[in-house]
Design a protein around this ligand. Structure first.
Ligand SMILES: C[S@@+](CC[C@H](N)C(=O)[O-])C[C@H]1O[C@@H](n2cnc3c(N)ncnc32)[C@H](O)[C@@H]1O
Length: 357
Protein backbone atom coordinates (compact mmCIF):
# COMPACT_ATOMS: atom_id res chain seq x y z
CA UNK A 1 0.00 0.00 0.00
CA UNK A 2 1.47 3.34 -1.06
CA UNK A 3 1.45 6.14 1.49
CA UNK A 4 -0.23 9.05 -0.29
CA UNK A 5 0.53 12.60 0.67
CA UNK A 6 -2.94 13.93 -0.21
CA UNK A 7 -4.62 11.20 -2.22
CA UNK A 8 -4.38 13.00 -5.57
CA UNK A 9 -1.72 12.70 -8.23
CA UNK A 10 -1.92 14.00 -11.81
CA UNK A 11 -3.17 11.55 -14.41
CA UNK A 12 -0.58 9.74 -16.56
CA UNK A 13 -1.58 11.78 -19.65
CA UNK A 14 -1.07 15.03 -17.82
CA UNK A 15 2.34 13.88 -16.67
CA UNK A 16 3.33 12.73 -20.17
CA UNK A 17 2.21 16.08 -21.66
CA UNK A 18 4.05 18.07 -19.02
CA UNK A 19 7.31 16.18 -19.52
CA UNK A 20 7.22 15.53 -23.28
CA UNK A 21 10.76 15.88 -24.53
CA UNK A 22 12.29 16.19 -21.04
CA UNK A 23 15.79 14.79 -20.70
CA UNK A 24 16.67 12.17 -18.08
CA UNK A 25 18.49 14.85 -16.11
CA UNK A 26 15.35 17.02 -16.10
CA UNK A 27 13.20 14.12 -14.97
CA UNK A 28 15.72 13.34 -12.27
CA UNK A 29 15.64 16.93 -11.07
CA UNK A 30 11.86 16.75 -10.89
CA UNK A 31 11.98 13.51 -8.89
CA UNK A 32 14.39 15.10 -6.42
CA UNK A 33 11.95 18.00 -6.08
CA UNK A 34 9.20 15.49 -5.25
CA UNK A 35 11.42 13.75 -2.65
CA UNK A 36 12.42 16.99 -0.99
CA UNK A 37 8.76 17.89 -0.59
CA UNK A 38 7.68 14.45 0.61
CA UNK A 39 5.54 13.92 -2.52
CA UNK A 40 6.60 10.27 -2.91
CA UNK A 41 3.31 9.33 -4.60
CA UNK A 42 3.86 12.02 -7.23
CA UNK A 43 7.34 10.69 -7.97
CA UNK A 44 5.95 7.18 -8.34
CA UNK A 45 3.19 8.45 -10.61
CA UNK A 46 5.84 9.88 -12.94
CA UNK A 47 7.59 6.51 -12.97
CA UNK A 48 4.30 4.79 -13.86
CA UNK A 49 3.52 7.34 -16.60
CA UNK A 50 6.98 7.15 -18.23
CA UNK A 51 8.12 3.55 -17.71
CA UNK A 52 10.76 3.60 -20.46
CA UNK A 53 12.44 6.73 -19.15
CA UNK A 54 12.13 5.42 -15.59
CA UNK A 55 14.27 2.40 -16.38
CA UNK A 56 17.34 4.64 -16.68
CA UNK A 57 19.48 3.65 -13.63
CA UNK A 58 19.60 7.02 -11.85
CA UNK A 59 15.84 7.48 -12.31
CA UNK A 60 15.14 3.90 -11.24
CA UNK A 61 17.25 4.46 -8.15
CA UNK A 62 15.49 7.69 -7.26
CA UNK A 63 12.13 6.03 -7.76
CA UNK A 64 13.27 3.21 -5.46
CA UNK A 65 14.03 5.81 -2.80
CA UNK A 66 10.53 7.24 -3.27
CA UNK A 67 9.05 3.73 -3.03
CA UNK A 68 11.04 3.02 0.17
CA UNK A 69 9.94 6.30 1.74
CA UNK A 70 6.35 5.61 0.68
CA UNK A 71 6.48 2.46 2.78
CA UNK A 72 7.10 -0.22 0.13
CA UNK A 73 10.39 -1.12 1.75
CA UNK A 74 10.82 -4.73 0.64
CA UNK A 75 10.11 -4.07 -3.05
CA UNK A 76 12.19 -0.92 -3.03
CA UNK A 77 15.17 -2.68 -1.48
CA UNK A 78 14.92 -5.61 -3.89
CA UNK A 79 15.06 -3.19 -6.84
CA UNK A 80 18.15 -1.47 -5.48
CA UNK A 81 19.86 -4.76 -4.63
CA UNK A 82 19.35 -5.77 -8.26
CA UNK A 83 20.85 -2.48 -9.43
CA UNK A 84 23.89 -3.04 -7.21
CA UNK A 85 24.25 -6.58 -8.54
CA UNK A 86 24.09 -5.53 -12.19
CA UNK A 87 26.04 -2.29 -11.75
CA UNK A 88 28.67 -3.03 -9.09
CA UNK A 89 30.49 0.26 -9.69
CA UNK A 90 27.36 2.37 -9.20
CA UNK A 91 28.23 4.09 -5.90
CA UNK A 92 24.86 5.80 -5.67
CA UNK A 93 23.05 2.47 -5.78
CA UNK A 94 25.39 1.05 -3.15
CA UNK A 95 24.83 4.11 -0.93
CA UNK A 96 21.05 3.77 -1.25
CA UNK A 97 21.16 0.06 -0.47
CA UNK A 98 23.32 0.69 2.60
CA UNK A 99 20.99 3.44 3.80
CA UNK A 100 17.92 1.26 3.27
CA UNK A 101 19.48 -1.58 5.25
CA UNK A 102 20.51 0.78 8.03
CA UNK A 103 16.99 2.23 8.24
CA UNK A 104 15.48 -1.25 8.19
CA UNK A 105 17.66 -2.37 11.11
CA UNK A 106 19.84 -4.80 9.16
CA UNK A 107 23.01 -3.55 10.83
CA UNK A 108 25.36 -6.26 9.53
CA UNK A 109 24.35 -5.70 5.90
CA UNK A 110 24.50 -1.91 6.27
CA UNK A 111 27.97 -2.06 7.84
CA UNK A 112 29.28 -4.26 5.02
CA UNK A 113 27.77 -1.99 2.35
CA UNK A 114 28.93 1.27 3.93
CA UNK A 115 32.40 -0.22 4.41
CA UNK A 116 32.48 -1.11 0.70
CA UNK A 117 31.30 2.38 -0.19
CA UNK A 118 33.88 4.10 2.02
CA UNK A 119 36.57 1.88 0.60
CA UNK A 120 35.61 2.87 -2.95
CA UNK A 121 35.10 6.58 -2.16
CA UNK A 122 35.76 7.67 1.44
CA UNK A 123 34.18 11.07 0.88
CA UNK A 124 30.79 9.80 -0.30
CA UNK A 125 28.43 12.20 1.57
CA UNK A 126 27.27 10.79 4.88
CA UNK A 127 28.94 7.41 4.41
CA UNK A 128 31.62 7.69 7.09
CA UNK A 129 29.48 9.26 9.80
CA UNK A 130 26.81 6.62 9.23
CA UNK A 131 29.35 3.79 9.26
CA UNK A 132 30.85 5.19 12.47
CA UNK A 133 27.41 5.53 14.07
CA UNK A 134 26.59 1.92 13.14
CA UNK A 135 29.87 0.60 14.50
CA UNK A 136 29.85 2.82 17.59
CA UNK A 137 26.25 3.14 18.71
CA UNK A 138 25.54 5.72 21.38
CA UNK A 139 26.19 9.42 21.88
CA UNK A 140 28.82 11.31 19.84
CA UNK A 141 32.18 12.18 21.38
CA UNK A 142 31.28 15.66 22.57
CA UNK A 143 28.35 14.28 24.55
CA UNK A 144 30.64 11.65 26.05
CA UNK A 145 33.15 14.36 26.91
CA UNK A 146 30.34 16.31 28.57
CA UNK A 147 29.58 13.20 30.66
CA UNK A 148 33.28 12.88 31.56
CA UNK A 149 33.28 16.47 32.82
CA UNK A 150 30.12 15.77 34.81
CA UNK A 151 31.65 12.65 36.37
CA UNK A 152 35.09 14.08 37.15
CA UNK A 153 34.16 17.74 37.76
CA UNK A 154 37.74 18.87 37.05
CA UNK A 155 38.88 22.10 38.70
CA UNK A 156 41.64 22.42 36.09
CA UNK A 157 41.33 21.54 32.40
CA UNK A 158 43.73 21.68 29.46
CA UNK A 159 42.67 21.22 25.86
CA UNK A 160 45.00 20.85 22.89
CA UNK A 161 43.15 21.82 19.68
CA UNK A 162 40.16 24.11 20.25
CA UNK A 163 38.82 24.95 16.76
CA UNK A 164 35.46 26.71 17.29
CA UNK A 165 35.41 26.02 21.05
CA UNK A 166 32.73 23.31 21.21
CA UNK A 167 34.68 21.11 23.63
CA UNK A 168 36.40 23.88 25.60
CA UNK A 169 32.89 25.17 26.31
CA UNK A 170 32.21 21.95 28.24
CA UNK A 171 34.70 22.82 31.00
CA UNK A 172 32.07 24.44 33.20
CA UNK A 173 33.39 23.11 36.53
CA UNK A 174 36.96 24.25 35.91
CA UNK A 175 38.25 27.27 37.79
CA UNK A 176 41.03 27.37 35.21
CA UNK A 177 40.52 25.95 31.71
CA UNK A 178 43.07 26.60 28.99
CA UNK A 179 42.72 25.73 25.32
CA UNK A 180 45.77 25.71 23.09
CA UNK A 181 45.01 26.55 19.47
CA UNK A 182 47.43 28.04 16.93
CA UNK A 183 44.73 29.32 14.57
CA UNK A 184 43.17 32.50 15.98
CA UNK A 185 39.73 31.94 14.45
CA UNK A 186 36.63 33.32 16.17
CA UNK A 187 34.96 30.96 18.64
CA UNK A 188 31.40 29.85 17.96
CA UNK A 189 30.69 28.76 21.53
CA UNK A 190 30.44 30.69 24.76
CA UNK A 191 33.29 29.72 27.06
CA UNK A 192 32.82 29.26 30.81
CA UNK A 193 34.11 32.04 33.06
CA UNK A 194 37.41 30.32 33.88
CA UNK A 195 38.31 29.43 30.29
CA UNK A 196 40.69 31.08 27.87
CA UNK A 197 42.46 30.26 24.63
CA UNK A 198 46.19 30.57 24.03
CA UNK A 199 46.93 30.99 20.32
CA UNK A 200 50.07 28.90 20.04
CA UNK A 201 51.05 25.47 18.87
CA UNK A 202 51.13 22.94 21.69
CA UNK A 203 54.91 22.59 21.25
CA UNK A 204 55.41 26.35 21.72
CA UNK A 205 52.99 26.35 24.65
CA UNK A 206 54.78 23.62 26.57
CA UNK A 207 58.24 24.93 25.62
CA UNK A 208 57.64 28.44 26.93
CA UNK A 209 55.37 27.98 29.94
CA UNK A 210 55.49 26.37 33.30
CA UNK A 211 52.47 24.67 34.76
CA UNK A 212 52.40 26.92 37.83
CA UNK A 213 52.20 30.04 35.67
CA UNK A 214 49.16 28.67 33.88
CA UNK A 215 47.31 26.71 36.55
CA UNK A 216 48.77 27.99 39.80
CA UNK A 217 50.20 25.35 42.09
CA UNK A 218 47.71 22.76 40.86
CA UNK A 219 47.92 19.65 38.74
CA UNK A 220 45.80 19.55 35.59
CA UNK A 221 42.93 17.22 36.43
CA UNK A 222 41.58 16.62 32.92
CA UNK A 223 43.33 16.95 29.55
CA UNK A 224 41.76 16.55 26.11
CA UNK A 225 44.21 16.03 23.26
CA UNK A 226 42.61 16.91 19.92
CA UNK A 227 45.26 18.94 18.11
CA UNK A 228 47.48 18.10 15.15
CA UNK A 229 46.51 14.69 13.78
CA UNK A 230 50.02 13.35 13.46
CA UNK A 231 51.44 10.48 15.50
CA UNK A 232 54.54 12.13 16.92
CA UNK A 233 52.68 15.36 17.76
CA UNK A 234 49.90 13.58 19.60
CA UNK A 235 52.42 11.46 21.49
CA UNK A 236 54.45 14.55 22.38
CA UNK A 237 51.28 16.31 23.53
CA UNK A 238 50.60 13.35 25.82
CA UNK A 239 54.12 13.30 27.25
CA UNK A 240 54.06 17.05 27.93
CA UNK A 241 50.55 17.02 29.34
CA UNK A 242 51.22 14.07 31.64
CA UNK A 243 53.98 16.07 33.35
CA UNK A 244 51.40 18.71 34.25
CA UNK A 245 49.01 16.10 35.65
CA UNK A 246 48.71 14.31 38.99
CA UNK A 247 48.37 10.57 39.51
CA UNK A 248 44.60 10.91 39.79
CA UNK A 249 44.26 12.99 36.63
CA UNK A 250 42.82 11.82 33.31
CA UNK A 251 44.03 12.35 29.76
CA UNK A 252 41.59 11.79 26.90
CA UNK A 253 42.80 11.40 23.33
CA UNK A 254 40.52 11.87 20.35
CA UNK A 255 40.63 10.25 16.89
CA UNK A 256 42.49 7.04 17.77
CA UNK A 257 39.81 4.60 16.53
CA UNK A 258 39.39 5.05 12.78
CA UNK A 259 36.59 3.21 11.01
CA UNK A 260 38.23 3.51 7.59
CA UNK A 261 41.91 3.19 6.81
CA UNK A 262 41.71 5.90 4.11
CA UNK A 263 41.06 8.49 6.84
CA UNK A 264 43.88 7.23 9.04
CA UNK A 265 46.96 8.04 6.99
CA UNK A 266 49.53 10.75 7.68
CA UNK A 267 48.78 12.55 4.44
CA UNK A 268 45.35 14.05 4.36
CA UNK A 269 43.40 12.61 1.44
CA UNK A 270 39.87 12.73 2.81
CA UNK A 271 37.46 15.36 4.09
CA UNK A 272 37.02 13.55 7.40
CA UNK A 273 40.56 12.81 8.54
CA UNK A 274 41.94 11.41 11.78
CA UNK A 275 45.52 11.13 10.57
CA UNK A 276 47.82 8.65 12.26
CA UNK A 277 47.09 9.74 15.84
CA UNK A 278 46.01 6.13 16.45
CA UNK A 279 49.74 5.26 16.53
CA UNK A 280 50.13 7.45 19.61
CA UNK A 281 47.56 5.33 21.47
CA UNK A 282 49.23 2.14 20.21
CA UNK A 283 52.62 3.44 21.36
CA UNK A 284 51.25 4.26 24.81
CA UNK A 285 49.71 0.80 25.12
CA UNK A 286 53.00 -0.78 24.06
CA UNK A 287 55.45 1.36 25.98
CA UNK A 288 53.50 2.27 29.09
CA UNK A 289 51.92 -0.84 30.59
CA UNK A 290 51.68 1.16 33.83
CA UNK A 291 48.90 3.29 32.33
CA UNK A 292 45.26 2.24 32.44
CA UNK A 293 43.85 2.62 28.94
CA UNK A 294 40.20 2.26 27.99
CA UNK A 295 38.63 3.39 24.73
CA UNK A 296 35.01 4.44 24.53
CA UNK A 297 33.32 3.43 21.29
CA UNK A 298 31.89 6.85 20.56
CA UNK A 299 31.48 8.15 17.01
CA UNK A 300 33.07 9.30 14.87
CA UNK A 301 36.49 8.01 16.02
CA UNK A 302 36.47 6.99 19.68
CA UNK A 303 37.85 8.52 22.88
CA UNK A 304 40.88 6.95 24.53
CA UNK A 305 40.74 7.49 28.30
CA UNK A 306 44.08 7.22 30.06
CA UNK A 307 44.27 6.95 33.87
CA UNK A 308 46.87 6.04 36.51
CA UNK A 309 49.18 8.63 35.08
CA UNK A 310 52.76 9.04 36.19
CA UNK A 311 53.96 12.63 35.83
CA UNK A 312 57.50 11.50 36.68
CA UNK A 313 57.68 8.87 33.94
CA UNK A 314 60.63 9.20 31.59
CA UNK A 315 59.72 6.12 29.60
CA UNK A 316 58.80 8.07 26.47
CA UNK A 317 61.57 10.67 26.67
CA UNK A 318 63.57 8.79 24.09
CA UNK A 319 60.65 7.76 21.88
CA UNK A 320 62.61 7.86 18.61
CA UNK A 321 62.78 4.10 18.19
CA UNK A 322 59.09 3.62 19.05
CA UNK A 323 58.10 6.34 16.62
CA UNK A 324 60.34 4.94 13.89
CA UNK A 325 58.87 1.47 14.41
CA UNK A 326 55.23 2.51 14.07
CA UNK A 327 55.69 5.34 11.57
CA UNK A 328 55.55 3.29 8.33
CA UNK A 329 52.41 1.37 9.32
CA UNK A 330 49.21 1.85 7.35
CA UNK A 331 46.08 1.38 9.46
CA UNK A 332 45.80 -2.41 9.42
CA UNK A 333 42.34 -3.10 10.82
CA UNK A 334 39.05 -3.56 8.97
CA UNK A 335 36.05 -1.41 9.92
CA UNK A 336 34.69 -2.55 13.28
CA UNK A 337 37.75 -4.59 14.23
CA UNK A 338 39.10 -2.88 17.33
CA UNK A 339 42.69 -3.05 18.58
CA UNK A 340 42.78 -5.26 21.69
CA UNK A 341 45.48 -3.19 23.36
CA UNK A 342 43.14 -0.17 23.50
CA UNK A 343 40.54 -2.07 25.55
CA UNK A 344 37.36 -0.78 23.97
CA UNK A 345 34.32 -0.32 26.18
CA UNK A 346 30.73 0.25 25.06
CA UNK A 347 29.37 3.76 24.61
CA UNK A 348 27.02 3.45 27.58
CA UNK A 349 26.95 4.74 31.17
CA UNK A 350 28.47 1.40 32.27
CA UNK A 351 31.21 1.72 29.64
CA UNK A 352 31.96 5.24 30.77
CA UNK A 353 32.15 4.11 34.41
CA UNK A 354 34.57 1.35 33.36
CA UNK A 355 36.69 3.85 31.40
CA UNK A 356 36.92 6.14 34.42
CA UNK A 357 37.55 3.26 36.85
C1 LIG B 1 39.74 18.61 15.40
S1 LIG B 1 40.06 20.27 15.74
C2 LIG B 1 39.63 20.44 17.43
C3 LIG B 1 38.18 20.28 17.65
C4 LIG B 1 37.66 20.58 19.04
N1 LIG B 1 38.45 19.97 20.11
C5 LIG B 1 36.24 20.07 19.12
O1 LIG B 1 36.04 18.89 19.42
O2 LIG B 1 35.34 20.84 18.79
C6 LIG B 1 41.81 20.26 15.77
C7 LIG B 1 42.41 21.61 16.08
O3 LIG B 1 43.79 21.45 16.37
C8 LIG B 1 44.44 22.60 15.93
N2 LIG B 1 45.88 22.37 15.80
C9 LIG B 1 46.58 22.09 14.68
N3 LIG B 1 47.90 22.00 14.97
C10 LIG B 1 48.01 22.20 16.30
C11 LIG B 1 49.12 22.24 17.20
N4 LIG B 1 50.38 22.05 16.75
N5 LIG B 1 48.89 22.49 18.50
C12 LIG B 1 47.61 22.68 18.94
N6 LIG B 1 46.53 22.65 18.14
C13 LIG B 1 46.72 22.42 16.83
C14 LIG B 1 43.77 22.93 14.60
O4 LIG B 1 43.98 24.27 14.25
C15 LIG B 1 42.33 22.59 14.91
O5 LIG B 1 41.59 23.73 15.27
Amino acid sequence: MRARTDGFVPAPDAIRRAFAGATSAELLFFLRQCLERGAFDHALALGDALPDAASEPALALTLAVARFLAGERVDARAGVAELVRTRPTDLNALAVLAEMDARSGDRAAAVAEFARLVDAYPDYPGAQPTLAALLMPGPPYREVLRAIHAALRPATYLEIGVAAGATLALASTAEVAVGVEPVPAPLEHVLPAGARVVNETSDAFFATRKRDEVFGARAVELVFIDGLHLFEHALRDFVHAERWCGRESTIVLHDCLPVASATASRERRTRFWVGDTWKAAWALAEQRPDLRIRTILTPPSGLVVVRRLDPTSTRLDEAGAVIAGLMPLAYPLAPGVWPGQLHVVPNTPAGLAEALG
